[in-house]
Design a protein around this ligand. Structure first.
Ligand SMILES: Nc1ncnc2c1ncn2[C@@H]1O[C@H](COP(=O)(O)OP(=O)(O)OP(=O)(O)O)[C@@H](O)[C@H]1O
Ligand SMILES: [Mg+2]
Length: 283
């Protein structure tokens, strides 16, 4: 039997009312007829587009936080939305798909030591039973991002830097050994050097753990460096997709060309992308 695709979106559409409110305004498509596949083998698929193009709405539908108006999402061959009897069960869904958000400070409680939150994640997702086994899983996840249980134990979020906390939220996502991580602007709040280390962590996780990523960003440099596939989103639609070289070196669409024109280039090279390639993963 062939392995199912990790993700299949077909004709995915989400309407909202303009101007918000229940009765206000006409409706418009924040996501408009998007069809998109992630194959069975691990891959990083980036979605790039300017503010308001529908990226977060798409991510929230993938995470089952927003209901599609029409169209379908399948995860590992099973519907994500729809009747409870037909769709993927909640526990499998929560274990197979994990989110990483833009602001890591919002991902954790300010009143709970961060390690307790990670332990609770492992217990709630039934990753391990018993304190020792739970700690072993949490430590495994933290080591994948260059940290360890011993380094995190007893600390609250305010005792970590933004970059460390984002690495911890990557570790949190790794606890259930998911097949897919949906990362919505995960590096837009961290500075350039940390951005490189987090992007390199994603690359290593894909290669070593076989986890696929939907990587949502404004940032063409990291999308170019990290992705197997890039999709350009404009006004709710995917207007162009392919390998980074196909899409970004030689855009077919004027909109993509405009996005690329905004990336600094020196002698026909992108210094930012070259720096990403040179940066190493923290030990
Ligand atoms: N709950 C909602 N109700 C009404 N309109 C919404 C809602 N959520 C999003 N929108 C609208 O849908 C459009 C797409 O928003 P979305 O947040 O998906 O864009 P985005 O590409 O993630 O933007 P950004 O890059 O700024 O994060 C915007 O016009 C937004 O105002
Ligand atoms: Mg967004």
């Amino acid at each position: 039997m062939t392995e199912p695709n990790v993700l299949e979106m077909t004709g995915l559409t989400r309407l909202f009312r303009k101007g918000g409110g229940l009765f206000g305004g006409k409706s418009f498509a924040a996501v408009d007829d998007v069809t998109f596949t992630l194959p069975a083998e691990p891959c990083v698929s980036s979605i790039v587009g300017e503010s308001g193009s529908g990226k977060t709405t798409l991510a929230r539908m993938l995470l089952r936080l927003v209901t599609p108006t029409s169209g379908e999402i399948r995860l590992l061959g099973r519907p994500v939305h729809g009747q409870k009897t037909e769709r993927i069960d909640d526990m499998s869904f929560r274990r197979q798909v994990q989110p990483i958000f833009q602001n890591p400070f919002e991902a954790f409680s300010a009143y709970l030591p961060v390690i307790d939150y990670l332990r609770a994640t492992a217990r709630n997702l039934e990753v391990a039973e018993g304190a020792r086994a739970v700690d072993a899983e949490v430590d495994r996840a933290l080591r994948m991002v260059g940290l360890s249980l011993a380094r995190v134990e007893g600390k609250f979020i305010r005792q970590f830097s933004g970059g460390e906390l984002q690495r911890i939220s990557v570790a949190r996502a790794l606890i259930p050994r998911p097949r897919l991580i949906v990362a919505d602007e995960p590096v837009s709040m961290v500075d350039a050097s940390l951005r490189m280390s987090i992007v390199n962590i994603f690359k290593r996780i894909k290669d070593e753990e076989g986890i696929s990523f939907v990587y949502i960003t404004h940032d063409l440099s990291t999308a170019y460096y990290l992705s197997d596939r890039v999709s350009i989103m404009n006004k709710g639609r995917i207007i162009e997709s392919g390998t980074p070289a196909d899409v970004l070196d030689d855009p077919a669409e004027a909109y993509t060309q405009e996005l690329m024109n905004a990336v600094p280039r020196v002698n026909d090279r992108w210094p930012e992308i070259d720096r990403l390639k040179a940066a190493s993963v923290p030990a």
